[in-house]
Design a protein around this ligand. Structure first.
Ligand SMILES: C[S@@+](CC[C@H](N)C(=O)[O-])C[C@H]1O[C@@H](n2cnc3c(N)ncnc32)[C@H](O)[C@@H]1O
Length: 293
């Protein structure tokens, strides 16, 4: 599961390759992922949309990535997801706010790739609450609706009145990215360290981790940033590995797993990781060992 630096026009502080080279650049990583991904494994890629430079025209880069990864590298598109983030700010200001000729772009594409046609997946692990209407139907279904053969030919009578513990989620994931009070953010504040500027919300990787892996399986984020994915994996009893090239982001990511809110202790751990030293911390919640190097 990963969210790479996006192909935006304006250079982000964590570095960006330009749009033209972006697809090829990301494909280099995808080739490597293909060599280590298990037969039943999945590769979930979150990509934000982008405009072409100076024009109110969308870049096709996320679709080019999809096609290249499937047609050249050999991934299968298991399903496409759309992450709707209602708290996203309007952008680019020129087209959306000033000239008012484009709407607010608040959806990221998330490509769920796999090696095989049947990657491990279990929707039962990610059921969502039933709608109020469905709850009513479940409590006294016969009164409201008598299932019959649908015009499409589907016979839904057999499974209709069963309470399965929740509804099947759709591929539109509505998750606000508005975290303001997490352990990670608070620790960064206490230690006086800038938090990562482009985190995704923990429920996003958590959804795919629960959906596509079992406890004990291994989750890898190759562009880990603040390591939201690692924390979601840890919360859900999965093993995980995180790669991050910026040592400052890596160092602050350790805050996710440290119980202490002591300024001196946080800064000491941060500096130790920055100092290029291997460090091992016991994660108190799970008693597992966190190794940073
Ligand atoms: C969009 S951010 C990921 C944020 C992450 N999902 C989170 O919630 O914190 C992308 C990250 O990729 C890192 N990155 C860029 N090139 C990289 C590379 N070649 N290897 C490892 N990390 C890289 C950047 O430093 C940046 O932190």
């Amino acid at each position: 599961m990963t969210s790479p630096p996006f192909s935006l026009q304006r250079a982000k502080e964590y570095g960006n390759v330009n749009q033209k080279d972006y697809v090829d650049w990301l494909a280099e990583f995808a080739w490597k992922i293909m060599t280590v991904l298990s037969e039943s494994g999945s590769f979930v890629l979150d990509l934000g949309g982008a405009y072409e430079k100076g024009k109110p025209i969308r870049s096709l880069y996320n679709y080019k990535i999809l096609i290249k990864f499937c047609e050249e590298i050999g991934f299968k598109l298991a399903e496409e997801f759309f992450w709707f983030n209602p708290s996203k700010l309007p952008s680019p200001i020129e087209w959306v706010n000033k000239r008012k000729i484009r709407t607010k772009d608040s959806v990221n594409t998330i490509w769920w790739f796999s090696r095989s046609d049947f990657p491990k997946a279990n929707v039962k692990n990610v059921l969502v609450p039933y709608s109020e209407r469905m709850k009513k139907l479940l409590s006294s279904g016969e009164k409201y609706y008598r299932p019959k053969l649908r015009p499409s030919g589907h016979d839904i009578s057999e499974n209709f009145n069963n309470d399965n513990g929740g509804a099947i989620p759709s591929n539109l994931l509505q998750i606000p990215n508005s975290e303001s009070n997490s352990k990670y953010l608070n620790s960064c504040k206490i230690a006086g360290i800038k938090s990562h500027p482009a985190r995704f919300p923990k429920s996003l990787p958590a959804f795919f981790i629960r959906f596509l892996t079992d406890p004990g399986d291994l989750v890898l984020d190759i562009f880990a940033g603040s390591n939201t994915t690692g924390e979601a994996a840890e919360d859900n009893g999965r093993r995980w590995i995180a790669f991050e090239e910026n040592r400052e982001y890596l160092a602050a990511s350790a805050f996710r797993f440290i119980e202490s809110f002591d300024e001196k202790e946080l800064i000491a751990i941060y500096n130790q990781i920055l100092g290029d030293r291997t460090i091992s911390i016991k994660i108190p919640r799970t008693e597992r060992q966190l190794n940073l190097f």
